[in-house]
Design a protein around this ligand. Structure first.
Ligand code: KG4
Ligand code: ZN
Length: 339
């Protein structure tokens, strides 16, 4: 089955063509990072306008790269939510128009489920059940994937998302948007244990996450150091990044390992933009390996937002739920992940 995926929930316009949920024939991504960088973060109105400008070109390029034409497509899958409402509406309206004019059925899918499905693209033999750590700019979840399309959430952030915390600390350090990858690069040059970082537990829920305390602590630390010395030097920035990232690694890995052990699950996956972070990958891989747990993650290009993961998600949605969307569905900026 050939699925054409469309993603426009934030600042990437992407169209992909994927065969049977796992084989990517094309995955075209037009990033708006260079525009939003000027403002230090995503400006929703600009994001929507840019999606409108490029979506048709991205769509045509995806078909061309896959050496297919639209008649070869069996299903259109599009991100329905969560995300920025104006940005989502661009992809959704495009999908509806395409479906109306071609009579190809279309299906609205959940962006977070899409991130989980990115693992099927890179890891061809991966099948549920497994545990998945979802760490993106907008979301942080510890999810048990019981089967395709069957999820149980065991942990979630009670405040900021993991990637959001990376971006905010990076911003205060003067690193350009999106800060996650830049912060990782600086952390690689930093010395460990130079700064003490608090990482709080969430009362009464051992698998939930909280990042706001760590974020505030880092911001105060940076401001205090600046007050003393005027500006931070490169070594201070590197060391803060290292200690901050180590605290995140500790928070993610302890919860993931402990849940896998409690549930007797021997496969763990990770997904979302933050899963592109090599230090997090290596640490999780090592800690899980010591406990005889297999660990998978998507290729970097499928960690951050892309339409291939949306096409894969649409394939499984159709295969297992026989779901097709009607033309009156709306964009859902706060779409629930598990209902
Ligand atoms: O999944 P994604 O593309 O968008 C959302 O669905 O939110 O994730 C983007 C997030 C940003 O916060 C970005 O800073 C973070 O992923 N990110 C990273 C790295 N690469 C991207 N965070 C830490 N280390 C990285 N290497
Ligand atoms: Zn995403």
């Amino acid at each position: 089955m050939i699925v054409l995926g469309i993603e426009s929930s934030c600042d990437e316009t992407s169209v992909a063509i994927v065969k049977d949920g796992r084989e990517v024939l094309s995955n075209v991504i037009s990033s708006q990072v260079d525009i939003h960088k000027i403002y230090g973060g995503v400006v929703p109105e600009i994001a929507s306008r840019k999606h409108v400008e490029v979506i048709k070109y991205v769509y045509n390029t995806a078909l061309k790269k896959a050496k297919l034409n639209i008649d070869d497509v069996d299903l259109i899958a599009v991100t329905q939510g969560p995300g920025l409402v104006g940005a989502l509406l661009v992809g959704l309206s495009f999908a509806k128009g395409l479906s109306m004019s071609t009579k190809i059925p279309y299906i609205g899918v959940n962006h977070i489920e899409g991130h989980i499905c990115a693992n099927y693209i890179t890891n061809k033999s991966l099948v549920p059940p497994y545990l998945c750590l979802v760490v993106s700019g907008g979301h942080t979840y510890l999810v048990e994937v019981l089967d395709y399309k069957k999820y149980k959430i065991h942990g979630r952030t009670i405040d900021d998302a993991c990637g959001e915390c990376f971006d905010k600390v990076a911003r205060v350090l003067g690193l350009p948007y999106p800060g996650g990858p830049k912060l990782e690069a600086r952390a690689k040059q930093g010395k460990k244990n130079q700064y003490k970082m608090p990482y709080g537990e969430v009362d009464g829920s051992k698998y939930d996450f909280t990042f706001s305390g760590l974020k505030s602590h880092c911001i105060n630390l940076i401001h205090n150091l600046k007050e003393k010395t005027g500006a931070l030097n490169g070594t201070q920035i590197n060391d803060i990044c290292r200690s901050f990232q180590d605290a995140i690694i500790e928070a993610l890995s302890t919860r993931t390992l402990s849940l896998a052990k409690e549930k007797n699950i021997n496969i763990v996956c990770m997904c979302g933009g933050v899963s592109a972070n090599e230090s997090i990958r290596i640490n999780l891989k090592n800690i899980l390996k010591e406990n005889n747990i297999e660990f998978y993650y998507p290729d970097k290009i499928y960690c951050t937002d892309n339409a291939a993961m949306i096409a894969s998600c649409g394939y499984y949605e159709y295969k297992y739920n026989k779901n097709i969307s009607s033309l009156d569905i709306n964009a859902l900026p706060n779409m629930e992940f598990v209902v």
